[in-house]
Write a protein that binds this ligand. Structure first.
Ligand SMILES: NC(=O)c1ccc[n+]([C@@H]2O[C@H](COP(=O)([O-])OP(=O)(O)OC[C@H]3O[C@@H](n4cnc5c(N)ncnc54)[C@H](OP(=O)(O)O)[C@@H]3O)[C@@H](O)[C@H]2O)c1
Length: 346
């Protein structure tokens, strides 16, 4: 089976949803990537005007709804930045329509749904990748190099922390339970991914404590610990209540590596601090458009029919641990606290 739907060496993309953040950050990354073309966009019918505007700005075809876009034979790949609750369903529909799929994080909120996607991708001979853009920032490669160099010794503890505040009453999908809202599946899945990435496997046990802002029906902050066995552990915290925090740290037997702007925006440099008995030093990693690098890596995986750099096994593990945190917090009623003000300063 051909890897491209259209008779072309260009990967032609369609996008489901004309969301404002995505159209100003991720879509330009698709449009600018050599060998890729942002060819089509669709909104829900009631938001046709938004799709028309985004389509005009990229010179892309505008389809009347998501299903019609998937039926467009000229498209090879779709990017899915819908609410979390819709990721699994639209990924499966896109695969059934013969498209390669780049789906926003979280790909799914259960391990079982990840397995369904994996099987569907295999059956359709199509590539699926979860959009964990931070993995494509050059500072991640540098951090992995530093760890592999042995300078900080053997990895023992990973700490990761990701926070930004969302206003109550903003209508944000992150505050809506029916749309897969909650801090865990928004910022939390990034923080959870870090220890899995560096330890290379899932933890043996997890323990989570969630907090919820008054009047909000999803968890808005969390602190969790994970036991990776052999004296190795992780501590993660994440929040959609607090001011910005974007950091992770690798603690080794001889020192530590701190990534101080782990989920950097485009245009922001990475800053890495290495602390050992020999002293402290800082490295600045020049900014790069990780959205564009992510699209380029995905396109390469499609073209060469090789494993995507964010593999489906990685996605399965992240979903499994995220779901375990939710289960851990729910298992003990005493763990679920209600704290904080109703208003969050963004
Ligand atoms: N990687 C990143 O840096 C990054 C950044 C932001 C968000 N994300 C991810 O992208 C996804 C979307 O987040 P967002 O912040 O872009 O959300 P958003 O601004 O609310 O946009 C979500 C889009 O989904 C569509 N949609 C379909 N059903 C909907 C419903 N019932 N309610 C609301 N929207 C609905 C809408 O598109 P139409 O109205 O046009 O059909 C809407 O524009 C999430 O999974 C999030 O985790 C990733």
């Amino acid at each position: 089976m051909t890897r491209f739907a259209a008779d072309s060496t260009t990967l032609r993309w369609g996008v489901l949803g004309a969301t404002s953040y995505i159209s100003t950050h991720v879509m330009p990354g698709i449009a600018r990537t050599p060998g890729c073309e942002l060819s089509a966009v669709a909104s829900r019918p009631e938001r046709a005007a938004a799709a028309a505007e985004v389509g005009r700005s990229f010179g892309a075809t505008v389809h009347p709804d998501y299903g019609t876009l998937l039926a467009d034979d000229a498209l090879d790949a779709v990017y899915i930045p819908l609410p979390n609750s819709d990721h699994v369903d639209w990924t499966l529909r896109a695969l059934a329509a013969g498209k390669h799929v780049l789906v926003e994080k979280p790909m799914a909120m259960t391990e079982n749904d990840c397995v369904r996607i994996e099987k569907a991708a295999e059956a359709a001979s199509r590539t699926v990748m979860e959009a964990f853009m931070y993995r494509f920032h050059p500072q991640q490669r540098r951090t992995a190099e530093l760890l592999a160099s042995g300078e900080i010794g053997e990895l023992r503890v990973v700490r990761a922390s990701f926070a930004f505040g969302i206003e109550s009453g903003s209508g944000n999908i992150r505050l809506e339970p029916s749309l897969g809202g909650g801090a865990t599946w928004d910022v939390g899945c990034y923080a959870v991914d870090v220890p899995l990435l560096f330890f290379g496997h899932v933890p043996q046990t997890v323990s989570a404590r969630f907090s919820r802002r008054p009047g909000i029906d999803v968890e808005t902050s969390a602190v969790a610990t994970m036991d990776f066995g052999q004296g190795r552990s992780a501590v993660v915290d994440y929040s959609i209540d607090y001011g910005p925090r974007s950091y992770y740290e690798l603690q080794g037997t001889r020192g530590s590596i701190t990534v101080r702007n782990a989920w950097a925006m485009e245009g922001e440099d990475g800053v890495i601090t290495v602390l050992t008995h020999d002293g402290i030093r800082e490295e600045t990693i020049p900014s790069a458009n990780h959205y564009q690098l992510q699209v380029a890596a995905f396109a390469e995986a499609v073209r060469d029919n090789v494993l995507a750099p964010m593999s489906l096994a990685d996605s399965r593990n992240t979903a499994r641990v995220g779901a375990s945190l939710v289960a851990s917090a729910a298992a003990d009623g005493a763990n679920i606290a209600t704290t904080g003000d109703a208003t969050v300063v963004p």
